[in-house]
Design a binder for this molecule. Sequence first.
Ligand code: NAG
Ligand code: NAG
Ligand code: NAG
Ligand code: FE2
Length: 445
Amino acid sequence: MEIRYPRAFLLPLTVVFFIFFFIPQFTYASEKEYVRQPPGCIIFTKHGRSESEPQQVHVSLAGSDYMRVTWVTDDHEAPSTVEYGMSPGQYNAVARGENTSYTFFFYSSGKIHHVKIGPLKPGTTYYYRCGSCGPEFSFKTPPSTFPIEFVVVGDLGQTEWTKSTLAHVESKDYDVFLLPGDLSYADFQQPLWDSFGRLVEPTASRRPWMVNEGNHEIEMIPIIYPHGFKAYNARWLMPYEESGSESNLYYSFDVAGGSIHIIMLGSYTEFDSDSAQYKWLKQDLAKIDRKMTPWVIVLLHAPWYNTNTAHQGEGESMRKAMEELLYGARVDIVFAGHVHAYERFTRIYNNKADSCGPVYVTIGDGGNREGLAMSYKNPRSPLSMFREASFGHGRLRVLNHTHVHWSWHRNNETDSLIADEVWLDSLSASSTCMGQQPSSLRDEL
Ligand SMILES: *[C@@H]1O[C@H](CO)[C@@H](O)[C@H](O)[C@H]1NC(C)=O
Ligand SMILES: *[C@@H]1O[C@H](CO)[C@@H](O)[C@H](O)[C@H]1NC(C)=O
Ligand SMILES: *[C@@H]1O[C@H](CO)[C@@H](O)[C@H](O)[C@H]1NC(C)=O
Ligand SMILES: [Fe+2]
């Protein structure tokens, strides 16, 4: 973790002072070593609806054929119900869900509603309304077969660049949005979580957003909030229970009728071999049958491979703990964020090119408020195939059991222009790689 707090700061007044004045400077100070392109201005998105109307609406996948609808109301009496149907204004189903809220020093959140709806048909548009009031929204469920397209954006933030990234994302259709950590950059200022929810609502209410946590989600204060992730866990509930995980900080889910298995790992929770996360990951990987599931994709925040001078070595202890598991399971691709730039590697295992290892991609260039990570280690490692510090987003088109197309799009160009692209074959189609799979893993299948 990046920030450690001395105990002497724990007198209440000092704490408040600390939060508002010191932490932002701490963060900047540690990152000033890198020369960055100017960050975009922060956009504060105001609440233009009435107290009982839903705001910050977003949807996520919640087990096969289900979606979770999440929203916030200022009114704590507002009901946690979602009405939905396949035609606008005609809701022939209604589901009731749960609610939560949290406090953070003087801040009290609105009522946060989580409602699971379904079973839903694949590849179908549903129209829905939250709490029987406010505007109608709609989303499309992912298809149950190939092809399927993912958008991948890391370190999104809420700046002018964020807006530009989301506009590029919206300019072409896709099925599922993947975010490998660092969402709002609220950094203890809780109203910025609300503002972020409003900014992303037009995109996040239309397609499922599957996210995991970055360092900006931690918001930990020793003794007072020792576990951190208070806002993140309350607001961005992901299908961890549905995937047999005990923590919202790591989970997995299937798409395309189980042909694609996606694993979200937590860079900022324990990952050593005796940790709950490690044990869960091992079990989760052992359950995969690569004949049924040709694609296995992992997302985490702090990259294991990185030739940028920013955040060097921060993913190294996690790599040492978990790389062998991912390699043994023949994971196809590992996406990371954290470094505010784009970089694509070849297939790697243990710091060497390995045709049975995952392709590593860093895509932390969504639009954070700190600017880009401009400086790279030279000479360039032969493992690094493409690297550039520009804001942008990625698209992963899974065409069939054997082929995916990955592309990276810069924000200063139209979405149809591709700055970097590559075709990848599924490792499950390689008899060499599958034949050499470590027996310890195969035995458990
Ligand atoms: C909100 O959640 C609590 C339990 O956490 C429950 O008792 C209450 O009925 C819920 N309220 C609504 C309106 O759903
Ligand atoms: C998978 O898609 C690729 C790219 O379109 C194509 O070349 C290949 O023949 C397809 N394979 C199968 C089995 O359909
Ligand atoms: C966008 O930025 C890249 C990298 O700096 C540059 O090569 C490219 O020409 C730019 N494109 C436009 C349309 O300005
Ligand atoms: Fe980060």
